[in-house]
Design a protein around this ligand. Structure first.
Ligand SMILES: Cc1ncc(COP(=O)(O)O)c(C=O)c1O
Length: 388
């Protein structure tokens, strides 16, 4: 079927964080272009599956079936050519809870956990809130390329038994790490007898010309030291269903993780489980169409920001999130966040919240109908014109 992503769907009063919480944070007039979900309907086979499940009136405790584990393994093989045994698959009600559990499983209070800044803010939270220390490998940023890794610094910071939380593809900035980059990170961690926890939630939101490689698939040695977090939530726009999975080949790491996840973390709810399987098995038609639409939106952001004074943009290789380099603009406005919220009336994520290296950047979510995106970009253009 042909999906209509141009259709504007009113999400107000649905409890949407992007729209309803956004109205409280940015003001009712601001167009919310922040939290990473899409303003598009979910794939029809997923909606049909949920309706079918609700035809059964009993909604009791439910556990993932073997068919869901097989669906996860099958999708990794189909999309990435990665051989996964269904027995390696565990389920969690989200990638962020998985990151929490991984830090609990593989480190002790006071231990250092290696992350690359700027990064998705919960990477900092899962470390700080469990009394561990964030060890930062700062990414550098170059217009026209995006983030780069300081490999020498990374290697120097890798201690014995090091836990490394990787974001791949990277949020923010949307880099799809290359084989060489992934190898340069995996090598020192494996050598130190450490563990890589790879958050690959954005792995199917990759634009043409780029290819995501699961870090665990690089070699058997790396696979044996890696915990991979995957989910249908970003790919198929079903984040409200709180469903995700982990792929852990090494039985010892899997056992440690299972122990940590038994501490009061609930399983995935039955609708989440059902939608997860339907999305992985029957979501491809929707996914192909949404990627084509998102790529056009990404290109529109690049074209429009191309001549905006004070803003530079490097098109993301993956994700539906543009990382706007507003450092020049920041030098001429008192408060960047306030400029976008109050003057331009668009609600974006302030780069500061992504940690060191995020200052002077703003993150814009372009997963919305093109007319809405054009409106948001127009508001930014108008606010810039009023300034000069
Ligand atoms: C890199 C990354 N990890 C995890 C999440 C959230 O995952 P979940 O909703 O499954 O906890 C996001 C959402 O934006 C993300 O960008």
């Amino acid at each position: 079927m042909r999906y209509d992503f141009d259709r504007v769907i009113d999400r107000h009063r649905t409890g949407s964080i992007k729209w309803d919480t956004g109205a409280r944070i940015f003001g009712a007039e601001a167009l919310p272009m922040w939290v990473a979900d899409m303003d598009f309907p979910a794939p029809e086979p997923v909606l049909a599956d949920l309706r079918r499940r609700l035809d059964h009136p009993v909604l009791g405790y439910t556990r993932p079936g073997v068919s869901l584990k097989a669906a996860v393994a099958g999708r990794m093989k189909k999309v990435f050519g990665w051989e996964v045994d269904p027995d390696w698959v565990l389920f969690m009600p989200g990638v962020v809870p998985s990151l929490y559990a991984a830090v609990a499983a593989f480190t002790q209070p006071g231990d250092g956990v290696l992350i690359q800044s700027p990064v998705y803010p919960p990477f900092f939270d899962v470390i700080r809130e469990q009394s561990r220390e964030a060890v930062l490998n700062r990414l550098s940023y170059e217009t026209g390329h995006g983030h780069r890794i300081d490999t020498r610094d990374f290697t120097a910071k890798c201690r014995k038994g090091q836990l490394f939380l990787l974001c791949s593809p990277h949020n923010p900035g949307g880099r799809v790490w290359t084989r060489e980059e992934l190898t340069s990170m995996a090598g020192p961690v494996v050598e130190a007898g450490g563990v890589i926890v790879s958050d690959e939630i954005h792995h199917e939101l990759v634009f043409s010309g780029h290819r995501h490689i699961p870090i665990a698939a690089l070699s058997p040695e790396i696979g044996a030291r890696t915990v991979t977090c995957v989910a249908p939530s970003k790919t198929f726009n079903i984040a409200g269903l709180s469903a995700s999975a982990l792929i852990i080949e090494n039985p010892r790491l899997r056992a440690s993780f299972k122990k940590a996840m038994n501490h009061g973390i609930p399983g995935v709810n039955l609708l989440g489980l059902s939608a997860f399987e339907a999305a992985y098995l029957y979501g491809d038609e929707w996914h192909a169409q949404v990627m084509a639409y998102l790529e056009e939106n990404r290109n529109l952001v690049s074209r429009e920001t191309g001549d905006m004074a004070g803003i530079e943009e490097t098109p993301p290789e993956a994700t539906f999130l543009s990382w706007l380099d507003c450092r020049q603009l920041a030098a001429s406005v008192k408060d960047l966040d306030n400029f976008f919220t109050k003057k331009a009336r668009v609600g974006l994520n302030d780069g500061k919240s992504f940690g060191p290296g995020g200052e002077g950047f703003m993150r814009l979510n372009f997963a919305c109908p093109r007319s809405v995106l054009a409106q948001g970009l127009g508001r930014i253009r108008d606010a810039l014109a009023l300034r000069s």
